[in-house]
Write a protein that binds this ligand. Sequence first.
Ligand SMILES: [Zn+2]
Length: 371
Amino acid sequence: MRFLRLLLVLAAALPAAGTSAAPSARVDNVVLVVCDGLRWQEVFSGADPALLADPAASGNARTRADLERRFGGPDAATRRARLFPFVWSTVASGGQLFGNLERGSRVAVTNGVAISYPGYHELLTGRTDPRIDRNEFGPNPDATVFEWLNTQPGLAGRSAVFGTWSVLADLFNPVRSHLPVRVGPTLVDRADSTPEGRLLAGLYDDSTSLYGSNAPDAFVAVALRRYLAHHRPRLLFVGYGDTDLWAHMGRYDLVLETARRFDDYVAQLWAQLQALNAYRGRTVLILTADHGRGVGPVDWREHGAAHPGSADIWLAVLGPGIAALGERHDVPSLAQAQIAATVAAFVGRDFLAAAPGAAAPLGAALSAPGR
Ligand SMILES: [Zn+2]
């Protein structure tokens, strides 16, 4: 078992062997981007034609016609490429995507709750914990993979966390982890006295939050862009959240708008990284969600144990050494909990040595062909 585990770690850390990857593949950095509650259905099939046509979900006739023109289409391939142009060009052509249940690929939330805090906890710590069953849990008792990597030689002080959801501060527990966590009300750098920094802080203060003390997604994208102009984190977590909020409000039109922007934010981030020597050709990008949602004309809005489908998510991976297999199909099921050790394995670290109960990294899944 230990030997198998070592092989799995090596398979992720040195994925060049036995795959179509370049022999010189080397990963120095990992960027993990989560889009809160973005369903696999939209990722793989684009805008849902039934919800697009539903006035209760997508607004008046004019709005629906506009959405149809921008995100509609005769087939899933057309619609998804319109909704996620970066994912379905750059990521799909150079990396891999998992989670299309219609094609025999599943990424499973295993915490049994399928709400946000337990989802982020699962994907960040590699474990599930029955105590963690609510968003109001408070400071995370378990170390995230980012917290552990932040103690490792060569990686100490090289992580950063950005996000919209204020509760992400509890999950990353900066009091204990000493991670720089800029989420919700701490997103904007108040010490930035440049004209741009003051403008951003002023705009932030004058903007209406969609929910609680969450930061709007656009501020995360801009604050992160400015941060990367001056810092070179090797481990980066980014959490976008507007998609989940609009879904809970029943606004499918704005779920589509914010999902489309999410794709743009990731495209811009990837372009910024590829323009920097420290990142170009040395960075793995992981995209995923914290939970799925229900299905059908009403249940798509909600998620949790009472809403079937909430435990199905998606995962995309792009970077050096990762075989360009595109959308995976007819492959073994993956677990959300595997993401934590995968982040560590990409930078050559064995998270399971520090967290024995954590799920194994995805190494084998990324190199094994489907049926
Ligand atoms: Zn969520």
